[in-house]
Write a protein that binds this ligand. Structure first.
Ligand SMILES: [Zn+2]
Length: 148
């Protein structure tokens, strides 16, 4: 088990939802939460996760697909505006072979900036707690602003 794997186990998303101070919640709804990715590829990199523990896409119930995607769309609009992103990439990995490290379904919403290809493909470092909190609060306000 490498350092990155031990960071995510036992299930990091479930620990955040249980109130452990191991991650930053941006917003939560009845079915999904938006969390800051502690290993952000770019500032504002968020994860949309279902409240229920679902390991991957193969197990995702149909009724969660719509709230996950519509939430990701709201986050994409918000992050584009608040972080002045030039683009937004959605990414979703299933199984270790596809680079899945957190085995709780998550849809990445990644702000993109012109010329960030190298950074986008790199192995990101763990962001500091204060930095994650700052991104979360900016994103939270921006999501409220784009709600309508
Ligand atoms: Zn979980």
């Amino acid at each position: 088990m490498d350092d990155k794997t031990s960071f995510w186990e036992p299930c990091w998303a479930c620990r955040v939802m249980a109130g452990e101070p191991v991650g930053c919640v941006v917003i939560e709804t009845e079915q999904v939460l938006v969390l800051i990715n502690p290993f952000a590829l770019t500032p504002g990199h968020a994860l949309v996760v279902p409240r229920s523990h679902v390991e991957n896409l193969y197990e995702l119930p149909d009724e969660l697909a719509a709230p996950i995607l519509s939430t990701a769309a709201r986050v994409a609009r918000a992050v584009k505006r608040e972080f002045a992103a030039d683009g937004v990439t959605l990414r979703q990995n299933n199984e270790a072979s596809s680079d899945q490290h957190l085995f709780h379904f998550h849809l990445h919403v990644i702000p993109r900036f012109s010329g960030d290809t190298e950074q986008f493909g790199a192995s990101p470092q763990l962001a500091g707690r204060a930095e994650q909190e700052a991104w979360a609060s900016r994103l939270r306000l921006a999501i409220e602003a784009v709600r309508s």
